[in-house]
Design a protein around this ligand. Structure first.
Ligand SMILES: *[C@@H]1O[C@H](CO)[C@@H](O)[C@H](O)[C@H]1NC(C)=O
Length: 317
């Protein structure tokens, strides 16, 4: 039928928006399933040998075996419910919104939106997504830090829903959005780096003719995106950490403002110090970014092939 090639039937073969939200959330949650034990492992390795004590774990493999033996499979997934719920809210919203806007702002010739447009899409979707995800983040922080409090001060949340309900009941619903502004600010910067870099990297790689749509392209582009995102957000993380941990000496706070922290680091420690701790920071952000992009592309590919019966792979981000 001639109608098959009409603009309308081509439009019908686009991945629907609700699928974009669904795949975004599922991809983020699947990535968390892989990354959660790595995160725990990183924390344990950093605590090992604290204060000059003999190191509990010589290698990551040794640490992994010890955790497995003493705490079992469940021990490796402490705080998992909150981590998953954070993805189900934050990543579902940010990737769903981003992919929907991406399609809307696609250029006439079918190419992805221009870099600056894409940057704005990243900022908007990151900010809105973060607003949806803040309650889960508050629960996640409290649950993972609970074990370090003295027994009688512990909150003993049993899972993320128990935590959310108790926070709302005991402290009021608004407390679920505590720290929403700085969290949103950080999310906007992370997404402004992550999203446009990924789609721009794919466009450039495709233009070299060494790549076509598929796993090698998606893994290379997501790796580039993860590196750029780490490089862009690490200085902000360092400034934020210094500001939040500042001391007051003789009644005078160490720093006057965020900008003051920034200029003082620049003057006394040099520009390179903004990227201190690149490797541990990347090892948290990197694998999650890479896996999320790979999963979302794979889900979309199979959806297009088996549900939409389309032979053309149109990426949604
Ligand atoms: C949590 O459990 C500990 C030990 O069982 C207890 O001392 C503490 O009061 C509990 N916290 C709450 C908020 O119930």
């Amino acid at each position: 039928m001639a109608g098959d090639t009409s603009a309308k039937s081509v439009a019908e073969k686009l991945t629907p928006n609700y699928i974009k939200f669904l795949f975004g959330g599922l991809a983020g949650m699947s990535a968390t399933l892989f990354v959660q034990p790595l995160d725990l492992l990183k924390n344990r390795m950093q605590m090992s040998g604290e204060g000059g004590k003999a190191k509990e774990h010589k290698t990551s493999f040794h640490a992994l075996r010890a955790i497995w033996k003493t705490e079992g499979f469940r021990g490796m997934y402490t705080g998992l419910s909150a981590g998953l719920f954070r993805q189900a809210t934050y990543t579902t919203a940010r990737l769903g919104i981003y992919q929907s806007l991406f399609e809307h702002f696609r250029r006439e010739d079918g190419r992805p939106p221009k870099f600056l447009t894409n940057l704005l899409l990243g900022i908007v979707s990151g900010g809105l997504g973060s607003f949806m995800g803040t309650p889960a983040e508050v629960a996640l922080v409290r649950m993972t830090l609970d074990g370090r409090l003295p027994m009688q001060e512990r909150r003993n949340y049993t899972n993320v829903f128990n935590a959310l309900i108790r926070i709302a009941k005991e402290e009021g619903v608004l407390k679920l959005w505590r720290g929403a502004m700085p969290t949103a600010g950080r999310a906007m910067i992370v997404n402004a780096a992550q999203m446009p870099t990924y789609s721009q990297a794919k466009e450039i790689l495709l233009a070299t003719k060494y790549f076509e749509q598929g796993l090698p392209l998606h893994s290379t582009a997501s790796m580039i995106s993860a590196l750029v995102t780490t490089a862009v957000s690490l200085p902000i993380d360092i400034v934020k950490t210094r500001y939040q941990n500042m001391k007051t000496i003789n009644g005078v706070p160490e720093y006057r403002s965020i900008l003051d922290v920034f200029t003082r680091i620049l003057r006394s420690e040099g520009i390179a110090s903004f990227w201190k701790g690149f490797t541990p920071y990347f090892s948290r952000l990197g694998p999650h970014t890479i896996l999320t992009f790979i999963f979302i592309e794979q889900m979309n590919k199979h959806y297009r092939k088996h549900v939409l019966k389309s032979n053309v792979y149109t990426s949604t981000l």
